[in-house]
Design a binder for this molecule. Sequence first.
Ligand code: FAD
Length: 317
Amino acid sequence: MKLTHKLSESKKTLFSIEILPPLKGKSIQSIYDSIDPLMDFKPAFVDVTYHREEYIYKKREGGYLEKVSIRKRPGTVGICAAIMNKYDVEAVPHIICGGFTKEETENALIDLQFLGIDNVLALRGDSIKTEPAFVPEPGGHAFAIDLVKQIGEMNKGKYLDEDMTDAAPTNFCVGVAAYPEKHFEAPNMIFDLKHLKAKVDAGAEYVVTQMFFDNSKYFEFVKLCREHGINVPIIPGLKILTAKKQITTLPKIFQCNIPQPFYEELEKCTDDKQVKEVGIKWCIEQSKELIKANVPCLHFYTMGASETTKAVAKAVF
Ligand code: FAD
């Protein structure tokens, strides 16, 4: 079922989660263990992130260094299919531009349709760690909008081979990412909004935001989106702080501000148990205010921390 149908059918704020594939070599049981406790809250969907390759240098005999490509968290599509099968819930794979040619993207999308996966989150992806900026694959897409357009063409039955005249149209519902505190590469918010609107005009049917800890940033962002003609559902992304080091790592990785009152509470914590308590409390307050504002869904970046997500869900749903 298309997520947009679920969102429009529901009169109340829905609950959804994002999970990461396990590290290569770990079993899928670790995924089941982390989402089992959250299934009681009937998530509207479960997003599964995509992690591209990284390059590392391995020391070989004779002292020379070999550059090796590794993917630490493969399995996005398989996990989506397994989750749908086990829990009868919509699973949404993240599809990225990075590392894919258009052909490879087309083939991946065909696999998804054959598996009955109708929803995808279309993203550009970040640069690989050893590159200073995002580099598209030769013959691949440079921006998420190009991916949205390719999926839109497939939804019309237009594949890359123009000689295919009777291809079955796919039926994807496409979501895209947005940044209440601006994408770090965008020179300003208006620039970023212009490109977000272009993704929506190209066929994106809903938006999921980057994590934020200050609801006023989300509310202001939604207002700006509406003023700029972006009228699709904008799903807020929430993260529960679970460790003191995240005070500095989350803003660095996700470019999100930690509001001063929250920061002051976190600073007082002497261990991560206390940080978790403060993080849960803050997220409950955020969630309550967002629900009161009638947002379509609360989307939790679980990052494997199901206990804290459960504590918040229990308090607000
Ligand atoms: P885009 O929409 O392409 O935008 C990237 C930047 O380019 C923005 O600054 C935008 O303003 C600008 N821009 C867009 N179009 C143009 C254009 N035509 N010309 C010039 N500038 C343009 N990353 C992963 O690798 N795997 C994941 O699973 C993953 N999941 C995510 C889920 C969510 C909800 C979010 C918010 C992010 C996720 N990311 C993931 C991170 C994401 O890939 C990065 O933030 C990436 O840097 C941007 O992706 P995007 O889809 O927003 O890119």
